[in-house]
Design a protein around this ligand. Structure first.
Ligand SMILES: Nc1ncnc2c1ncn2[C@@H]1O[C@H](COP(=O)(O)OP(=O)(O)OP(=O)(O)O)[C@@H](O)[C@H]1O
Ligand SMILES: [Mg+2]
Length: 228
């Protein structure tokens, strides 16, 4: 579904990713983990075309999307929730979700499946986004990204700054969404990764240093790669 092949990425000419290759399939949650500053968000931004990628390719299905502008990548079927969520606090929940439909707009009605996955948002449709709790804002950000039914959903640290009980809700939502799309997540919270992911990549200094099915990974080695 999503395939990244030998990708490099750079800020102002200085490289941050050095030949990253990975794949994420529909029906699976694929996680990218690693310490602070290793290049996880840069990987996500590269997929969206928000960072300079001097070499390497990115595909959705068989379609090459590297080289395309960001809106074309969204249109090709990627939903993106950036680190820190970035919902519009002054807009209502309804307006925030409708914004997610701009790229592939078919109608002005929010499809019912959104409320099946995110019942809380139906209750709060006319509230301002900024008045929701952190966990609810994360749900809103995810809803906005999936309302156009992308083939791939990418989430940058969905549990960051969210309390443990609400993290469970986010986990359930992600597990439901993977039936419809490939889900690719950056995550630092290891317990959550172990619980929800099918496949895992570990990054160090802009390179993938370990990968495999989550349940078959050497947990000690993984912890070693993530501890300071
Ligand atoms: N806009 C930018 N301009 C220059 N350098 C940047 C920029 N954004 C990130 N970097 C650098 O690129 C490297 C990778 O950053 P990135 O944000 O991808 O890390 P990360 O793994 O997502 O970290 P974190 O866990 O803290 O979110 C870091 O050294 C960072 O300082
Ligand atoms: Mg990051």
């Amino acid at each position: 579904m999503l395939k990244i092949d030998n990708l490099t990425a750079a800020y102002n000419g200085s490289k941050v990713l050095f030949g990253v290759s990975l794949e994420a399939e529909k029906g699976e949650v694929t996680c990218l983990v690693g310490r602070n500053g290793v290049g996880k968000s840069t990987t996500m931004k590269s997929i969206m075309g928000l960072v300079d990628t001097p070499s390497g390719e990115i595909y959705i299905d068989k379609k090459k999307i590297s080289g395309l502008p960001t809106y074309s990548r969204a249109k090709a079927g990627i939903g993106y929730v950036p680190q820190g969520r970035e919902i519009f606090p002054q807009l209502t929940v309804r307006e925030n979700i409708l914004l997610g439909m701009e790229a592939n707009r078919k109608s002005d009605t929010i499809p019912e499946f959104i409320f099946e996955i995110f019942p809380i948002l139906k209750e709060f449709l006319d509230r301002k986004g900024g008045d929701l709790s952190g966990g609810q804002q994360q749900q809103l950000a995810i809803a906005r990204a999936v309302v156009s039914e992308p083939k791939v959903l990418i989430l940058d640290e969905p549990t960051e700054g969210i309390q443990p009980s609400v993290i469970q809700d986010i986990g359930r939502i992600i597990t439901k969404l993977k039936e419809k799309m490939a889900v690719f997540i950056v995550e630092q919270y290891l317990e959550f990764v172990m619980e929800i992911s099918d496949k895992c990549y570990v990054m160090e200094k802009g390179k993938i240093v370990m990968e495999g099915e989550t349940k078959s990974l050497d947990k000690k080695a993984l912890q070693g790669l993530l501890s300071l």
